[in-house]
Design a protein around this ligand. Structure first.
Ligand SMILES: NC(=O)c1ccc[n+]([C@@H]2O[C@H](COP(=O)([O-])OP(=O)(O)OC[C@H]3O[C@@H](n4cnc5c(N)ncnc54)[C@H](OP(=O)(O)O)[C@@H]3O)[C@@H](O)[C@H]2O)c1
Length: 266
């Protein structure tokens, strides 16, 4: 039986990914931060009961420096081989100007969205290449395409890194039997925007997609070994317009419109 490691599986897209793998008879190692310990343990029990697979829950704060190696070692000590790596855990800072960020939250976001993803990838890819088999699924974002991105500067830059890294890795893996896919969601109804500090999300209501639809698109693309998937017509249109827009200033302004905190200044 194969095993998938899914980071950030306590809610939203990660929880759907865990269900998709389990439903296909694939064992899962699910991770979230210690604040979601109970939720993660409950999910592991439910997956085992519903699908007859093995589910291992590991809570670890992946925004800590060195957390990727710690997670890797813990999984190794349990003698579990990872065949699918889903780098999903992430959060954003939205609706704030860069100069208004809390520096510690910004640093932790970069550690989680950029460094942990890179480190986990670097830990697992060589083993997969050696076995000539394995799949990586990274979660990027439309924000990584719509750059520069007003009021989401740090988050958009972190996701632009994921877009670039994933597409380059997909090229480097050609012919190895290992694939790298990145899923670029647009606004998706999860806890993401609340965690990111956006209390008023009414502007996003008409473009929100569901986590079920978005995660399934990523899961299917990963299984086909595709390099990229961006679900939703509006998202594709936004990415296309950005690519050919003559004004980066205009893009930054319009993209910021959806996440402007307005009276919620911080
Ligand atoms: N929702 C959107 O509109 C959207 C759009 C584009 C891209 N994305 C990306 O999709 C991915 C999943 O987000 P989501 O929308 O499903 O949001 P979500 O419901 O907030 O889920 C985020 C997951 O990441 C975990 N996580 C956060 N900080 C962590 C940390 N320090 N250590 C370990 N785990 C941590 C959370 O665990 P805890 O419960 O422990 O916090 C949770 O399981 C993220 O990479 C996000 O950037 C989301």
């Amino acid at each position: 039986m194969k095993t998938a490691l899914i980071t950030g599986a306590s809610s939203g897209l990660g929880e759907v990914f865990a269900n998709l793998f389990a439903k296909d008879g694939i064992n899962v190692v699910i991770n979230a931060s210690p604040r979601s310990e109970k939720k993660l343990q409950d999910l592991a029990k439910t997956l085992e009961k519903n699908y007859g697979i093995n589910a291992t829950a590991i809570t670890l704060d992946l925004s800590d420096s060195g957390a990727a190696r710690k997670l890797y070692e813990e999984i190794k000590s349990k003698k579990i081989q990872i065949d699918y790596l889903v780098n999903n855990a992430g959060y954003g800072i939205v609706g704030l100007k860069l100069q208004d960020y809390d520096p510690e939250i910004f640093q932790r976001m970069l550690q989680l969205n950029v460094m942990t993803v890179s480190e986990l990838t670097m830990l697992y890819v060589p083993e997969m290449v050696q076995r000539k088999s394995g799949r990586i699924l990274n979660i990027s974002s439309i924000a990584g395409y719509v750059v520069p991105h007003g009021l989401e500067a740090g988050y958009a830059a972190s996701k632009a890194y994921i877009v670039s890294l994933s597409e380059a890795l997909a090229q480097d893996l050609t012919g190895t039997g290992v694939t790298c896919t990145h899923l670029a969601p647009g606004p998706t109804r999860t806890a993401f925007f609340t965690t990111a500090g956006l209390e008023n999300q009414s502007r996003l209501n008409s473009i929100f997609m569901t986590a079920d639809v978005v995660a399934k698109a990523g899961y299917d693309a990963m299984n086909k070994g595709k390099a990229t998937v961006m679900p939703g017509f509006t998202n594709k249109a936004m990415a296309f317009i950005t690519k050919f827009s003559p004004s980066k200033k205009l893009i930054a302004k319009t993209s910021g419109f959806y996440v402007d905190r307005g009276k919620y200044k911080k």
